[in-house]
Design a protein around this ligand. Structure first.
Ligand SMILES: [Zn+2]
Length: 423
């Protein structure tokens, strides 16, 4: 098995991620986050929000609707220009991104050489509002979260006045009707992003771009993405999105190749000017239309990069060395034996007490070795075992995931012990 297969298998085996609607045969490239996956994903988003919204004085949060007035997407240029080149094999009717296949060669599916000409395919996902499926009732699931940060700017500032420079941040789902998807969580049609629009004066764009570039590097450390696996890629002229004057992709060494993880773009004043034009509203501030630096973090790609960075094999042992602040559970609590009433009762009380302070999980199945093995695979940093000695001196065994070392700790000290470890 290669590393990617191992990760997909671990994700399914332990309930991080499994195929969506699987009892109906699944749905192409649809994945569901299971119990520990949902928690890990939430922890990633919470850490991002804490780091870039709560801990900053100059960033405001937003949670906007996914379906916006369709005029937004006309103004932003997405209805016209948010396209990928598409070719169809006229023999088997499979469709491919024109830049992903060599049309001088036969179709990878049916081996015939019978390509259509390339045409542009719009990636906005269409839906209809109300009961009539008429073109005039077309709406779109947002193709990016950024637009709401521009469209809502007046309402945001009228209630929360800020002087330039300042940012607006949002975490949420976006949708792209990708022609080809794949590589597990890497390219999805429905995905989640954490994004910030940082409004500035034009003359400060380079300085602000550098600031956010450093912040993105700092983030890798916070979530435990191996910085040696990250590379900056400057997008050359002619390949950037229609709104951008400078873009850096942060690429990650996935097992299937070095590909995009995050992006940092200088969007100029393009979007606000477009919305001024299309809405007829004045979106200037302090006498100017602000320019924008936009750092974007994909949640699903973060999740994948975090897992790939954390995955370790130690002989037969598989260990997910997640940074403790991201681990779905911080502590697992075990009674040494499941059939000794006073040990189980003591462990249960301890579990409920720890659970009110730290995300904790109970396990009394099988033997201790198997329980350690299971917790290592979901990345639980500490396992606490209540045993015969606990009944005598109120101490427990705390076992560390990464070193597999154990130490005795007094129950009365446990909260403080974990609090210090989690700092
Ligand atoms: Zn074909």
């Amino acid at each position: 098995m290669d590393l990617m297969e191992k990760i997909v298998s671990l994700c399914k085996r332990r309930g991080f991620v499994f195929p969506g609607s699987e009892i109906y045969g699944g749905l192409s490239n649809s994945w569901d986050y299971g119990p520990v996956g949902a928690q890990l994903k939430k922890n990633i988003k919470d850490l991002w929000w804490k780091t870039f919204v709560e801990e900053r004085d100059d960033v405001l949060g937003l949670d906007a609707a996914i379906i916006m007035n369709p005029k937004v997407w006309e103004a932003s240029g997405h209805v016209e220009g948010f396209t990928d080149p598409l070719v169809e094999c006229k023999s088997c009717h499979n469709r491919f991104r024109a830049d992903h296949v060599d049309t001088k060669k036969p179709c990878p599916e049916c081996k015939q050489l019978n390509w259509s000409t390339s045409k542009n395919f719009n990636l906005l996902m269409k839906t209809f509002l109300g009961s009539v499926e008429d073109e005039k009732d077309v709406a779109y699931l947002r193709g990016e979260t950024a637009q709401a940060m521009f469209v809502d700017l007046k309402n945001i500032l009228s209630t929360n006045p800020k002087k330039l420079p300042f940012g607006v941040a949002q975490v949420g789902k976006a949708f792209r009707n990708e022609i080809t998807t794949g590589n597990f969580l890497f390219r999805l049609r429905e995905f989640e992003i954490m994004e910030l629009e940082y409004f500035i004066e034009e003359k400060n764009w380079q300085e602000s771009f550098e600031f956010w570039r450093k912040e993105m590097w700092r983030w890798f450390g916070l979530v435990g993405i191996d910085p040696k696996m990250v590379h900056e890629h400057e997008i050359p002229d002619g390949e950037r999105a229609h709104y951008s004057k400078r873009t850096i992709d942060f690429e990650f060494d996935y097992p299937f190749g070095t590909k995009e993880l995050y992006g940092l773009a200088y969007r100029t004043d393009y979007d606000l000017k477009q919305h001024q034009k299309f809405s007829g509203q004045d979106l200037s501030l302090e006498g100017i239309v602000p320019h924008v630096i936009e750092p974007t973090w994909g949640v699903d790609r973060t999740f994948l990069a975090v897992l790939l960075s954390a995955y370790h094999e130690d002989g037969k042992r598989i260990v997910l060395k997640l940074t403790p602040r991201l681990a779905p559970y911080k502590v697992a609590v075990f009674p040494l034996v499941g059939n000794k009433e006073d040990i189980v009762a003591k462990a249960r009380i301890l579990y409920l007490s720890l659970k009110s302070h730290f995300s904790s999980v109970w396990d009394d199945r099988g033997n201790i070795g198997k329980r350690y093995y299971a917790q290592d695979e979901i990345g639980t940093p500490w396992c606490v075992t209540v045993d015969y000695q606990t009944l005598v001196d109120d101490t427990v065994t705390v076992r560390d995931r990464d070193t597999a070392q154990q130490e005795r700790v007094s129950i009365s000290q446990l909260d403080l012990y974990f609090q210090n470890k989690l700092k």
